[in-house]
Design a protein around this ligand. Structure first.
Ligand SMILES: NC(=O)c1ccc[n+]([C@@H]2O[C@H](COP(=O)([O-])OP(=O)(O)OC[C@H]3O[C@@H](n4cnc5c(N)ncnc54)[C@H](O)[C@@H]3O)[C@@H](O)[C@H]2O)c1
Length: 283
């Protein structure tokens, strides 16, 4: 396991739950937090993956535990938060990071006129309601120990129209609103809430689902020369949870290597999408 270099001393002793931490961005966040001295509860529906990752972190001398959770289940989310208190005695922050990205779901999230309302409800349950329910159980503990943060991983898909995946995009837009409401309701009690909207981050599931051609097309519109890494999101989440980030709340931070920072590229992307999804006319 590659280990991040610590850069935030105020995280030492803080207790943080990261959901979706068995892989990808959640694992990146857990690594950065743990390397900076936080006690991290890695929560995931893939309990074996979460246990392996937590054990790897412990082998490096960090404080990490694992818990199984299905973010669609309120009883399991409540148990996840209770488990953080049980293991670490306090809770300073929650990083909500799970989305339903299974091929059978994303593959049916194509156009609004073909909308499958059950898929929409399923996605909202995990991507958005699950995050809100986790905040419901976490916030009283965060307040009880003097304040902290709720970080929600959204996506640039939540702030631009999606050619495909409108359900995913809508659920991510909802998370941006959820963070603002948490910030507004609990700010005076010491709870900050921030959304991180990543652009392209190369995670194991993205590497499987996105072709090199798509990565190259997206990278043409980035203002940096590399794609994002899970630790890029982890670094930002860690800063936001640390005391160093304590003046930031109620906002959405776009973390996309400049992808959205210039003139829209909608037409180009649409043309490219047609090139890959429609057979060429026979000569
Ligand atoms: N990778 C990107 O380019 C990118 C860009 C923008 C936003 N995001 C967001 O970042 C987050 C993480 O994405 P990733 O690329 O790391 O994906 P990933 O598939 O690598 O990780 C997702 C994790 O969530 C877990 N999970 C899935 N359903 C769950 C459930 N019901 N309950 C608990 N755990 C569950 C999976 O087991 C997995 O470990 C997602 O919210 C995604 O929408 C990713």
């Amino acid at each position: 396991m590659d280990l991040p270099v610590p850069f935030l001393s105020s995280l030492r002793g803080k207790s943080v739950i990261v959901t979706g931490a068995a892989s990808g961005i959640g694992l990146g966040s857990a690594k950065v937090l743990a390397a900076n001295g936080a006690s991290v509860l890695l929560a995931d529906i893939n309990i074996d993956g979460a246990k392996t990752a937590a054990a790897n972190l412990r082998e490096h001398g960090f404080v990490a535990e694992a818990v199984g959770v299905d973010m669609a289940r309120e009883d399991q989310i409540a148990a996840m938060v209770a488990s953080a208190i049980d293991k670490f005695g306090r809770l300073d922050a929650l990083h909500n990071n799970v989305a339903l990205l299974a091929r059978e779901v994303v593959g049916r999230d194509l156009t609004i006129t073909d909308l499958d309302a059950d898929i929409f409800r399923q996605c909202l349950d995990v991507n958005m309601v699950g995050a809100a329910v986790a905040a419901k159980y976490a916030i009283p503990h965060i307040i009880a120990q003097g304040g902290g943060a709720v970080i929600n991983t959204a996506s640039i898909a939540g702030i631009r129209g999606e050619i495909v995946r409108p359900i995913y995009g809508s659920s991510k837009a909802g998370l941006i609103g959820l963070s603002r409401s948490i910030a507004a309701q609990y700010g005076k009690k010491g709870v900050r809430a921030v959304t991180i909207s990543p652009g392209l981050i190369i995670t194991p599931s993205v590497a499987k689902a996105v072709s090199q051609g798509q990565v190259d097309r997206l990278m043409r519109h980035a203002l940096v020369t590399r794609a994002g890494k899970p630790e890029d999101v982890g670094n930002l989440a860690a800063f936001l949870i640390a005391d160093e980030g304590s003046y930031l709340t109620g906002i959405d931070i776009v973390l996309d290597g400049g992808f959205l920072a210039h003139w829209p590229t909608y037409a180009e992307e649409l043309e490219a999408l047609h090139e890959v999804s429609q057979p060429l006319p026979a000569k």
